[in-house]
Design a protein around this ligand. Sequence first.
Ligand code: SAM
Length: 192
Amino acid sequence: NFRCRSAFKLLEIDDKFGLLQPGYSVVDCGAAPGAWSQVAVQRINSAGTDQGSPRGTVIGIDLLNIPPLDGAHFLSNHDVTDPATHGKLQELLPQGQAHVILSDMAPNASGFRDMDHEKLITMCLSLIDLAEKILLPRGSLLCKYWDGVFSHHLQEKLSSVFSSVRTIKPDASRKDSAERYFLARMYRKPSK
Ligand code: SAM
């Protein structure tokens, strides 16, 4: 039983791309009410249900409260774009590093499509800063965005640090919505 239908989008994407492997460390951004974290806990075995495979780590973050979940560590009332949150993540993750960053974050929609689009793109761009701090080389980032004029800018920024970036419109996503996901894989830490 999933807390939210959004679980089916992540299941669909993971079935196709094999993003979540047992033993991985995963950060779930915008995790409330926790359905994506439920999927992640199952797939990376962070509750230790499958004793024959390695046990992973799931850390979920949201501005809102996230009800507790076996196998996940939640940072409720935390802003993913706040550098203080990045510091906490570094402390909580094994060796301070993650294999995968998931983001299903979305701002409260104002109803003005262009404005909401731009706001969400800005949030996604902040994930690139987070990646620089915690994402392992060859790691992956999956992030939701609402399509619009700045999508290309985000895609280019992602392409500058990930070897592979693709756009995904899950079948489980409403056909008439502007919702899309970027799946960025094979992270290359930028040299300074
Ligand atoms: N993936 C979740 C699930 O399966 O249960 C649903 C996520 S919901 C579509 C989007 C969430 O993003 C909201 O709970 C919202 O509070 C959160 N959010 C928006 N901006 C955020 C921010 N700056 N930091 C953390 N969470 C944020």
